[in-house]
Design a protein around this ligand. Structure first.
Ligand SMILES: Cc1ncc(C[n+]2csc(CCOP(=O)(O)OP(=O)(O)O)c2C)c(N)n1
Ligand code: SF4
Length: 259
């Protein structure tokens, strides 16, 4: 079978994400969606800070690096200067919901048509697994080695709940990007359902931007290295713990792009 090389990516770039991480999957879905929509030539990625920044090594589209948490502000500026551009960022949960929450909220309130893809792995991944505003009760992090306790730190921030309060947001969805482990009699396999749903969410978010609306998708992913889990354990964790806390689903589709 011939494997088609996506023109959105530099050929032969070596993968620098950790094995088992879904950051690379998300980037691939974005490239596929840009090609399907025929907008690679006018795509601009704004790099946030965190492991999503590694994308600049792979994706062959215009790229602007923002300071930590400031991607939504840079995205709005690009869109206002170049209205024909298709502007997106992948933000980590630490980037978007801690240092950058103010920028995100103001972007959602204004509703300038740009797209934020949130990769929620519930820790600060790139810097070594510190607690994030999304860390669940019990998960041990490098800054909370005994595990988070809501009693002292409060419950995790829910991005979709926050953004659903802003009329500027025209497409709002949470999906699981982590493949579910499937145990058969003699082997471990992984479900492809999550990949299909994640790809559709990427496509629909970009379609919303092309229709003139602000779009936001949260992807529930892993960081097995910092969670100190095997790849298999981390993927189970997302399905058994994360998805019960951050419920996947469509919150808003104002332009009906899901139909
Ligand atoms: C102003 C500023 N403060 C701190 C940092 C250090 N820093 C780099 S990546 C990062 C955490 C990113 O975590 P997250 O956004 O959750 O992304 P992940 O790496 O988990 O995908 C931090 C705090 C920085 N680069 N700039
Ligand atoms: S540190 Fe975590 S989020 Fe970053 S590439 Fe590795 S597994 Fe992925």
């Amino acid at each position: 079978m011939e494997v088609k090389q996506l023109s959105t990516f530099f050929p032969n770039a070596a993968n620098t994400y950790c094995p088992g991480c879904e950051h690379g999957l998300l980037l691939k879905f974005i490239g596929m969606a840009l090609e399907e929509l025929g907008v690679v030539d006018r795509a601009v990625m704004v790099g946030s800070v965190g492991c999503s920044t590694l994308a600049y090594k792979f994706i062959n589209v215009d790229y602007v690096q923002a300071p930590h948490g400031r991607a939504p502000s840079i995205m709005q500026a690009i869109k206002l200067l170049e209205p024909e551009s298709v502007v997106f960022a992948i933000q980590g949960d630490g980037d978007a919901l801690s240092i950058g929450l103010q920028e995100l909220i103001n972007a959602a309130n204004r509703g300038i048509p740009v797209t934020v893809f949130l990769y929620n792995n519930m820790v600060f991944g790139m810097t070594g697994g510190q607690m994030a505003p999304t860390t669940p009760n019990g998960l041990k992090t490098t800054t909370t080695p005994g595990g988070i306790r809501y009693k002292y730190l409060g419950p995790p921030l829910d991005a979709c709940k926050i953004l659903s309060g802003f009329d500027g947001v025209k497409y709002l969805k949470r999906v699981i990007i982590t493949p579910r482990p499937i145990y058969t009699k003699d082997r471990l396999m992984y479900s492809s359902k999550e990949a299909i749903e994640s790809y559709r969410a990427v496509l629909n978010a970009l379609k919303t931007q092309l229709n003139g609306g602000f779009s936001f998708v949260e992807f529930l992913g892993t960081c097995n290295v910092n969670w100190k889990m095997t790849i298999e354990e981390s993927k189970k964790y997302v399905h058994e713990v994360t998805a019960k806390m951050f419920r996947p689903g469509l919150c808003r589709d104002e332009f009906g792009v899901e139909k």
